[in-house]
Write a protein that binds this ligand. Sequence first.
Ligand SMILES: NC(=O)c1ccc[n+]([C@@H]2O[C@H](COP(=O)([O-])OP(=O)(O)OC[C@H]3O[C@@H](n4cnc5c(N)ncnc54)[C@H](OP(=O)(O)O)[C@@H]3O)[C@@H](O)[C@H]2O)c1
Length: 344
Amino acid sequence: MGFKVAVVGATGNVGREMLEILAERTFPTDEVVAIASRRSLGSEVSFGDKTLKAKVLEHYDFSDTDICLMSAGSEVSKEWSPKIAAQGAVVIDNSSCWRYDADVPLIVPEVNADAVVGFRKRGIIANPNCSTAQLVVALKPLHDRAKIKRVVVATYQSVSGAGKDAMDELFKQTKAVFTLGEIHNKKFSKRIAFNVIPHIDTFMEDGYTREEWKMMVEIKKILDPKIKLTATCVRVPVFIGHSEVVNVEFEEPITVDEAHEILRKAPGCLVIDKHEPGGYMTPHECAGEDATYISRVREDTTVENGLTFWCVSDNLRKGAALNAVQIAECLINRKLISAKQKAA
Ligand SMILES: NC(=O)c1ccc[n+]([C@@H]2O[C@H](COP(=O)([O-])OP(=O)(O)OC[C@H]3O[C@@H](n4cnc5c(N)ncnc54)[C@H](OP(=O)(O)O)[C@@H]3O)[C@@H](O)[C@H]2O)c1
């Protein structure tokens, strides 16, 4: 018997990708349901070679749903995830709403799959922020080998990380620049076309943004509470694919060759690192791919035991939809959930 899976936010950037990944990986489903807001009632979304008509969240009964992949923002998740979990579906949530709750596991399967059992407390599992997911996939194997003390990261985040309206804004602004049309800023505080914006999410009292704070807190919860991290998160005019420059200080010495070897064997990582033009990965090439790509690994001689590298991944996949589906696979493979009996 297969599982009944509901995707809430199915008309969004992440929700559509979730449906695609469920189909691609032949996830063991009996039924997949697409759910969105009233605005999308009857809209169609693709699931493999099928088309699903979107249903409205408020009217949906989750009592025979096994797994709910939730991707409709924090406000919706705050209200609905506990209600859906109370109806007996395991909720895997993409928003930041539950990530910092001590009773909700925050999971990247390549890094802390064992923590998934903690889902029993609330029936909810959290997916990390997109920039955290790719970072911890790359850092985990290096941490296992040489113990990370401190990380300094700068991100170059694509507009798809801010939802489908943000992608439209980049497209419309880019067109307007060429046709001398008017430029409107709605999703972003400044023009994003042909620009970069050093600001993602809201500002906090200490001058960091919440996006930066999320990376600092999430790395501790997923990887190791002792790791110190400072981040600068920047939005760039790229549609899909987040890039990061990562500077790491280790407790023990580690060479570039060792790091290459460790990362080549690490789950979820691919190393593309030739010292020649084009011998590295860019966001354009990583779109639609599952891996976290690592390039430009080099020694940082300004600190003891330092390495710097470039890391790129598809934020809609490893940063969101793929990670959520991998968590669901983890529950099934570890026999932590079984499909509910469905009415005939
Ligand atoms: N994009 C990323 O890289 C990324 C990475 C990690 C986490 N996330 C998180 O994933 C979530 C979704 O992001 P996204 O990029 O897919 O956003 P999006 O493209 O703006 O899509 C939002 C989805 O949520 C639905 N929705 C909104 N309000 C709703 C309501 N009241 N009831 C039911 N459905 C509602 C929308 O339905 P309608 O079409 O009907 O409005 C749409 O399907 C956010 O929490 C985001 O922070 C995103």
